[in-house]
Design a protein around this ligand. Sequence first.
Ligand code: FPP
Length: 245
Amino acid sequence: MSSAPIPAHVAIIMDGNGRWAKQRGLPRIEGHRRGVETVRTVIKAGRELGIRYITLYAFSVENWKRPQDEVGALMGLLEYFLKRELANLVKDKVRLLTIGRIHEMPDNVRILLQNAVEATAAFSDLTLVLALNYGSRTEIVDAARAYAKAVAAGEVKLNDTSWESFSRHLYTAHIPDPDLVIRTSGEMRISNFLLMQAAYAEFVFTPVFWPDFTKTDLADAVATFAKRERRFGQTSDQLKSAPTR
Ligand code: FPP
């Protein structure tokens, strides 16, 4: 058995659905539809590889600016995914969580999400985190507001300047930071995704479009991660003797 480190938390920017469809002369939504199949593949592969958390950037705060029919189709696919996959999530003991301004999502999607989160709350083997109506900048604004409220209520001291104290107000308060961030489709940007949480993450960029992303691609990214030396701001020698993280 290999002793290579498995990233506990893999966060993925699922990109390239539109280009995948365009290459085939298909409408963009067909790329998103195939992208949902990849989501299923990746959940299964993640479980098999022993990954504990998978976060998927499914809809950003900026994605509302896309053509209305594409936004509608993406919401429809989310609805379809939640209806079809809930039984499988329960069967496979996958816990579902969300991050983002979920209260601004359409009512039908919001209710399905809430049901799925409640129905899977007891599971802990694999946690699937869907980033929806998510953006790191809005997350910081929301966290700062919550923090100010906590200070005003006397729950937090104003002279408490620790990251630990502030980060409890992020959407990801109960989710460990990602160890590995993968972006598909050859783009090399972070696009307002987990900016704070990915502070010490390793990044893997692959040219593969999301609909074509396979279990092997995920395993390859995990293998690349295993070869990286993570130092968290320390020297290699320090880490060898007494890692402080
Ligand atoms: C990026 O491709 C993809 C998205 C903005 C949406 C991702 C959504 C899904 C895979 C489906 C719904 C998700 C779940 C969890 C059920 P793009 O359209 O930006 O591709 P392009 O850059 O090639 O145009």
